[in-house]
Design a protein around this ligand. Structure first.
Ligand code: TXA
Ligand code: MG
Length: 315
């Protein structure tokens, strides 16, 4: 596969990207969580190309990325609870699932025909510059082929999606390294945590009170597809040490020196930022089996364990 062109994200690079997006092309866009595969959310042909490039089932809806809270309000209906979450976390790694606004510009295909919409205001300066210049929503799933690890570097997007994307804007390594947290704020219902992510549950609950679990009815959330975020190697979780045919992915100071480690100091923010990188590195080293040490389930550990469990699921 010919890798996509990587473009420096200066003013000229942003203009190249805007030009591509306005023609309906898809591009790689950096965000603070992971890289996105972005296209004009108001253009059904452009959105269709996202599903095709990712090999993603088109019943799985996309997130509409916008520049500001004001623009989010024109895509989704925000009640007081949504406004409070937006004030606390936007711009940043939180996605809200809201009732669709009457005159929203995101096309039906991007929402997979639902009457709800996922909206997020990313904080990455390159995403902000692009969205401000675009003056409209960009639909963007993570820029990985469906079922594979999400990319946190421009080079990964360029290599894995190839010239199916017109260009990849280089915004450096993603700071959070794990996808946004997704919370549904819908009428006559408690807030629901649809996907744990880069904003820890207790931070969200400090605004909303207790979050409900997904009901199982309604929409299939990202990782409800059981095997998602998967490396090539098999994973064994909560391991104490590696067996002879395994490579170890450690966590914390108790891991053997020299082993791959999510965070030597046991810091969960650092572990989230390193998660996909370490799995990719172990994959690239030819590992067939990876034994992953226990990561505590508090704070960002909830999202890390969610991704590890999906990566370890049978496929
Ligand atoms: O951090 C992120 O959220 C990244 C960056 C690129 O912004 N994006 C991302 O998108 O992770 P994606 O498509 O890989 O995951 C978003 C998930 C989808 O899988 C979908 O199931 C869920 O959001 N979703 C979208 N619209 C929804 C809706 N109306 N109701 C429930 N879930 C929805
Ligand atoms: Mg994804």
């Amino acid at each position: 596969m010919t890798p996509a062109r990587i473009v420096t994200s200066d003013a000229a690079g942003i203009e190249l990207a805007i030009n591509a997006l306005q023609r309906g092309a898809a591009i790689g866009m950096p965000t603070e969580t992971v890289y996105g595969l972005a296209a004009d959310a108001s253009n059904p042909n452009a959105v269709a190309s996202i599903y095709a490039i990712k090999g993603r089932p088109n019943f799985n809806p996309l997130i509409a990325h916008v520049a500001s809270i004001a623009m989010a309000r024109s895509e989704g209906v925000m009640d007081k609870r949504a406004e409070a979450l937006a004030a606390a976390f936007w711009p940043g790694p939180l996605t809200l699932v809201l009732p669709v606004a009457a005159n929203g510009r995101t096309c039906e295909l991007a929402r997979a025909g639902l009457n709800t919409i996922a909206v997020r205001v990313p904080s990455h300066p390159v995403a902000q510059a692009l969205l401000t210049r675009m003056q409209g929503p960009l639909a963007a799933p993570s820029a990985n082929p469906s079922g594979k690890l999400s990319p946190t570097r421009a080079t990964e997007v360029a290599a894995e999606l190839g010239d199916a994307v017109e260009l990849v804007l280089d915004g450096g390594p993603c700071a959070a390294g794990i996808e946004s947290s997704i919370v549904a704020i819908l009428p006559d219902a408690a807030p629901v945590l649809l996907r744990p992510g880069a904003v820890a549950r207790d931070q969200i609950e400090s605004i909303t009170g207790p979050l409900a679990k997904p009901s199982g009815t309604g929409i299939t959330a990202p990782g409800q597809l059981q095997s998602h975020y998967a490396p090539r190697a098999r994973l064994r979780l909560n391991a104490e040490h590696a067996e002879p045919d395994e490579l170890l992915l450690g966590f914390g100071p108790q891991a053997p020196i020299g082993a791959a480690n999510l965070s030597v100091s046991g810091d969960l923010t650092e572990a989230a930022a390193n998660l996909y990188q370490r799995l990719r590195q172990l994959d690239a080293s030819g590992a067939r089996k990876i034994a992953v040490m226990r990561v505590p389930c508090e704070g960002l550990g909830e999202a890390i364990n969610d991704r590890l469990q999906r990566a370890a699921a049978p496929r």
